[in-house]
Ligand binder design. Structure first.
Ligand code: SF4
Ligand code: SF4
Length: 82
């Protein structure tokens, strides 16, 4: 999963772009639910939130490191797609 760091300016760009609805407004800044973030595996070539973020404040979450295969399993579980 990815994580948003505290330099987030709450610009609202990433939230509507997430294909897994993993991004929501937290207490102070936007947050990514690690249970729902597949790093866009299954949907896109690259994480789309990183592509749209104007200040580059989204990074790999060191507490939730997953392989491509694990992310793909998560994608199938979330979407129900084969
Ligand atoms: Fe959503 Fe993809 Fe960003 Fe994860 S990497 S939060 S799935 S847009
Ligand atoms: Fe924060 Fe970046 Fe998302 Fe904007 S696009 S809300 S700065 S994480």
């Amino acid at each position: 999963a990815l994580i948003i760091d505290d330099s987030c300016i709450n610009c609202d760009m990433c939230e509507p772009e997430c294909p897994n609805q993993a991004i929501t407004m937290g207490e102070e800044i936007y947050e990514i639910d690690p249970e729902l973030c597949t790093e866009c595996v299954g949907h896109y070539e690259k994480p789309t939130c990183i592509s749209v973020c104007p200040i580059d404040c989204i990074d790999p979450d060191p507490a939730h490191q997953e392989s491509e295969d694990e992310l793909l399993v998560k994608y199938h579980l979330i979407t129900g797609k084969p």
